[in-house]
Design a protein around this ligand. Structure first.
Ligand code: F3S
Length: 284
């Protein structure tokens, strides 16, 4: 029995940085309340560990307005522009742990939108990262998730468009969506803002899924990049399983499985990956 563990599995650079900031602030500031705006990352195990250490998650603008002291840490996938403005206006001590790859998109959208372009964000409208990105546009902005969504966009011929993508979007799906625009009568400028960590992870996961009899993807239920890894792997390997922790690993592995692949989303801690890896070796 062989287990292939993806090299690019687990915390990416942006997530490591954000989580480290929170733990550092807990150490340095005993007695001060530490807050994060939204969960710092999409991983329940990490978020509940931080909660046990006294970190509070602020869920809304209204909650934020009632806070006068403490330290607020901004999550890796960023926040809406007006939330920043509230934080600054209230004079709240804060640390911005927004991943630089996400910050770059905020800057592109702000600049191109101010220059009069229509902004298209390829991504999931419900994801907090995308919600943050669209808030930087001062003019028309649309979110498209599939090539079909492009057909429903009825913009004027010759419209100047700038296309960006959610950092964790599926590379192939992004290309398919962009191709739709290239065949249109719009004036299109594309900036591929899928981050390199995501691209590496997806390419490697796809390759491993194509070589194994079963594939395990570990990630948080709300983690968009983990879900995308699952989609990608499922296309290559019919026996693909999505789990959050070792407790979900009660799947009935078919007897003829000889090689199992394991990958994990960018917000999955190393210890969970190791636990799963050890466990798989014992059950098969
Ligand atoms: Fe940043 Fe990419 Fe991770 S955008 S938070 S390095 S998945």
């Amino acid at each position: 029995m062989e287990v292939i563990l993806a090299e690019h599995a687990g915390f990416c650079f942006g997530v490591t940085r954000a989580v480290d900031v929170v733990y550092e602030q807990i150490e340095k500031n005993s007695g001060k309340q530490i807050y994060t705006y939204g969960p710092i990352i999409h991983n329940e195990t990490v978020v509940s560990d931080l909660e046990k250490k006294g970190v509070k998650v602020i869920e809304s603008c209204e909650e934020l307005k009632n806070i006068n002291d403490g330290i607020l840490i901004i999550r890796s996938h960023g926040i809406r522009k007006e939330i920043y403005e509230i934080i600054e206006k209230q004079g709240l001590e804060h640390i911005d742990a927004t991943c630089p790859f996400v910050k770059r998109i905020h800057n592109i959208v702000e600049k191109e939108s101010a220059a009069g372009k229509t902004i298209i964000v390829v991504g999931s409208a419900k994801h907090p990262e995308v919600d943050g990105i669209v808030s930087y546009a001062s003019g028309p902005v649309y979110v498209v998730e599939t090539p079909e969504d492009v057909d429903n966009l009825k913009l004027q011929e010759g419209t100047e468009i700038c296309i960006v993508s959610q950092t964790t979007f599926n590379t192939n799906k992004f290309q398919e969506t962009v191709d739709k625009f290239s065949n249109s009568r719009y004036n299109v400028n594309v900036v591929n803002t899928i981050c390199s960590a995501t691209e590496e992870r997806q390419t490697e996961a796809e390759k491993i899924a194509g070589q194994v009899d079963a594939m395990i993807v570990i990630g948080g239920a709300h983690s968009s990049n983990s879900r995308k890894l699952y989609e990608i792997c499922s296309r290559k390997c019919a026996n693909t399983y999505f789990i959050q922790t070792i407790d979900d690993l009660n799947m009935d592995i078919p007897k003829d499985i000889k090689v199992v692949g394991i990958t994990a989303g960018a917000s999955t801690p190393k210890n969970i990956i190791e636990e799963v890896q050890k466990h798989v070796r014992t059950i098969i």
